[in-house]
Design a protein around this ligand. Structure first.
Ligand SMILES: NC(=O)C1=CN([C@@H]2O[C@H](COP(=O)(O)OP(=O)(O)OC[C@H]3O[C@@H](n4cnc5c(N)ncnc54)[C@H](O)[C@@H]3O)[C@@H](O)[C@H]2O)[C@@H](O)CC1
Ligand SMILES: Nc1ncnc2c1ncn2[C@@H]1O[C@H](COP(=O)(O)OP(=O)(O)O)[C@@H](O)[C@H]1O
Ligand SMILES: [K+]
Length: 494
C-alpha cells in the first residue's frame, strides 16, 4: 500500500528541515539526476551526448530541475534551458550555465523540445495555482502532440516530471486544460496524493519517490493506493472453526424477469469470491437463472450478514425491505444501479455505493439539487464528486470508471490500481457487486470492524485481476475463482 499526502502536509513537513538548514533541494536534485541517468542509459545506453531540454519555472521546482540538469551536463549531456514561466531559480540557473547549458528563446524552445532525448518538466510543483498562461499552454500542447522524429540518440523521447507533472493538482490529481504527460515522475519526500488519483496518476506515469529526509509524523494520508500485492494481506480467508453462518451469508437482491443475467453474474461472482451462503431474493425466473449455475445458492429471505442490492432492476419493494433490515440490524449494504435511486440522504447503516459517473450525476442531482455536476464534470474531477456523495450519504462511494476511486465521508480516499479496458463491457458492474457483497458478508463480524473503503478497494483489485484473464463479463466469475484458488494455495503454503 502506498500512502499519498496533500501538498500542504508535505510542505508543512519540509518546514522544520528547511529551518534547520537541511539541503533539501540538493538532495532532491541528486535523486532526480540519478533517475535521469538511469533512464537515459536504459533507453540509449549513455548520458554523454544526450540532448536534454529543461522546462524551468520560477519556483523551487525549477530549481530542482536546473541543479539536476547541471549534474547531467557535467556528464556530457547537452542541456538547453527553456524559461517557461518567468525568471528561473537564480542559483540553479547559474549552476547549469556554469556546466555549459544553453538558453533557448521562445522560437528555439519548440525545436529544443522536439529534438530532446529527455525533457525535464520543472515548471510547477506543489506551489502551482490552476491555469497556465496561453503561450506556455500552446508550447506544451504543440510539443506533446508532435509525433515527428525526436532525439539524437534514438526515437524514444523520455519525459520526466519533477515532483508533480505541470498542469496536475498535487493534492487532488485534477488536470487543467493542458498538462504534461510524463513517463516517470520523480517526487520528493513523500508521495503527493494527486499522483495516485485519477487524472494525476495517468499523467505521472511511473512514480519514483526520492527520500530527502522528510518525516510525515502524524499527518493523515489523503490516499491509500492499492495494487496486486495488497490482495493477499486484505483477503478474508476462511478461519479455522468457521461455519457457514460465521463465514458470512450474503443476501442478494439483483435481477428481474427482464434482466435475470445481472443476478446470475452477481451471484456467481459472490460464490466465486467465497461466502458462507448466498440467499437470493427475487422472482422465480431470477432464482432459476442463478440456481442453474450455482446450485448451492438458496432462494428466499433469511438471516444474512450483508446485503448487495440493485443490479438488473430488481423490485423496489424488495430492495426497501432489505434496507429496512439493514437499518434495524446495522448490516453493511452494497448499493448498485437501481438501489442508488433509493438513496435520498444519510443512510442509517454501513454502506458502499457503487455508481458509475452517470449514476453519480443522478444521485448528486437528487442530493444537492441546483449545483450538482453533470457526467462530464464528474469524469473530469471524479475525486470531488465521489467525496461530495460520501459526505452527503455517510457512505463509502466507489466511483467506477477506467480508474476507479473510493471516497470516505471524511474526505480520505482509496485508489486501487486500474483494471484492463476489457472491463468496459456490459455486466462487469454486476460482477463487482457480487464480489463486494461477498467481502462485506465475510468481514461483517470481523474484529476490529473492517474499514469498508479498504474492503471496497479489495473488491476492485479482485475484479481487475479477473479482468486480466478474460474479455467477457460472463467469464469474470470463473477467472475470479481461479485467482482466489491460487491465493488460497499461496496462503496455505506460507
Ligand atoms: N521547500 C523546499 O525547499 C523544497 C521544495 N522542493 C521543490 O519545490 C517545489 C515547490 O516549490 P515552490 O513553492 O517554489 O513552487 P513551484 O516551483 O511549484 O512554483 C511556484 C512559482 O510558480 C508561480 N506559479 C504558480 N502557479 C502558477 C501558474 N498557474 N501560472 C503562473 N505562475 C505560477 C508562483 O507564483 C511561484 O513563483 C516542489 O514541488 C519541489 O519540486 C524540493 O526542492 C524539496 C525541497
Ligand atoms: N476503460 C476501462 N478500463 C478499466 N475498467 C473499466 C473501464 N471502463 C469500465 N471499467 C470497469 O468496468 C465496470 C463497469 O461497471 P458498470 O458501468 O456498472 O457496467 P454494467 O452496469 O454494464 O455492469 C466497473 O468496474 C468499471 O470500473
Ligand atoms: K513539475
Amino acid at each position: 500500500m502506498r500512502l499519498g499526502y496533500t501538498a500542504a502536509d508535505v510542505r508543512a513537513a519540509e518546514e522544520p528541515l528547511l529551518a534547520a538548514g537541511a539541503p533539501l533541494m540538493a538532495r532532491a536534485a541528486a535523486g532526480l539526476a540519478a533517475v535521469c541517468r538511469r533512464e537515459l542509459v536504459a533507453a540509449h545506453g549513455r548520458v554523454a551526448g544526450a540532448r536534454i531540454a529543461v522546462l524551468a519555472g520560477a519556483g523551487n521546482n525549477g530549481g530542482d530541475a536546473l541543479f539536476a540538469a547541471a549534474a547531467l551536463a557535467a556528464r556530457g549531456a547537452a542541456v538547453t534551458v527553456i524559461e517557461a514561466l518567468g525568471r528561473p531559480h537564480a542559483d540553479g540557473l547559474a549552476a547549469v550555465r556554469a556546466a555549459g547549458a544553453q538558453a533557448a528563446d521562445t522560437g528555439a524552445a519548440r525545436a529544443a523540445l522536439a529534438d530532446a532525448d529527455l525533457v525535464l518538466d520543472g515548471i510547477l510543483g506543489t506551489g502551482a495555482r490552476t491555469g497556465l498562461p496561453a503561450p506556455l499552454a500552446d508550447l506544451l500542447r504543440e510539443w506533446q502532440t508532435d509525433t515527428g522524429a525526436r532525439g539524437v540518440l534514438g526515437r524514444t523521447q523520455l519525459t520526466i516530471a519533477v515532483d508533480v507533472p505541470t498542469g496536475v493538482d498535487a493534492t487532488t490529481g485534477e488536470r487543467g486544460e493542458v498538462w504534461v504527460e510524463a513517463d516517470t515522475t520523480v517526487t520528493f519526500g513523500a508521495l503527493k496524493s494527486g499522483l495516485l488519483l485519477p487524472g494525476g496518476a495517468d499523467a505521472a506515469g511511473r512514480v519514483e519517490l526520492v527520500d530527502i529526509g522528510l518525516d510525515m509524523g502524524d499527518a493523515q494520508p489523503r490516499v491509500q493506493a492499492l495494487d496486486e500485492d495488497d490482495i493477499a494481506p486484505l483477503f478474508p480467508f476462511p478461519r479455522r472453526g468457521d461455519h457457514k453462518y460465521t463465514r458470512g451469508v450474503l443476501g442478494l437482491v439483483a435481477g428481474s424477469d427482464a434482466y435475470p443475467g445481472a443476478a446470475a453474474l452477481a451471484g456467481v461472482a459472490a460464490i466465486a469470491t467465497g461466502v458462507g451462503m448466498l440467499r437470493l431474493v427475487g422472482p422465480r425466473r431470477v432464482a432459476d437463472a442463478v440456481l442453474a449455475i450455482t446450485p448451492e445458492a438458496v432462494a428466499g429471505r433469511g438471516r444474512v450478514q450483508a446485503w448487495a442490492l440493485g443490479s438488473g432492476a430488481p423490485a423496489e419493494y424488495e430492495m426497501r425491505a432489505s434496507l429496512a433490515d439493514a437499518r434495524e440490524s446495522g448490516l453493511p449494504v452494497a448499493l448498485d444501479a437501481g438501489a442508488l435511486a433509493l438513496v435520498e440522504g444519510p443512510l442509517g447503516h454501513p454502506a458502499v455505493l457503487t455508481p458509475h459517473a452517470g449514476e453519480l450525476a443522478e444521485l448528486l442531482g437528487r442530493l444537492e439539487p441546483g449545483d450538482a455536476p453533470d457526467r462530464a464534470a464528474i469524469e473530469a474531477d471524479p475525486v470531488a464528486a465521489a467525496t461530495a456523495a460520501a459526505r452527503a450519504t455517510g457512505a463509502v462511494v466507489l466511483l467506477k470508471g477506467p480508474r476507479t476511486v473510493i471516497a470516505r465521508p471524511d474526505g480520505s480516499l482509496v485508489a486501487p490500481a486500474p483494471g484492463p479496458a476489457a472491463l468496459a463491457t456490459a455486466g462487469t458492474g454486476d460482477v463487482l457487486l457480487g464480489v463486494l457483497g461477498a467481502l462485506l458478508a465475510t468481514t461483517a463480524e470481523h474484529e476490529p470492524v473492517p474499514d469498508l473503503a479498504l474492503v471496497a478497494g479489495l473488491a476492485v483489485l479482485l475484479h481487475s485481476a479477473a479482468g486480466h484473464a478474460t474479455t467477457h463479463a460472463s467469464g469474470l466469475p470463473a477467472a475470479l475463482e481461479a485467482r482466489i484458488v491460487a491465493l488460497r494455495e499461496s496462503e496455505a503454503g506460507r
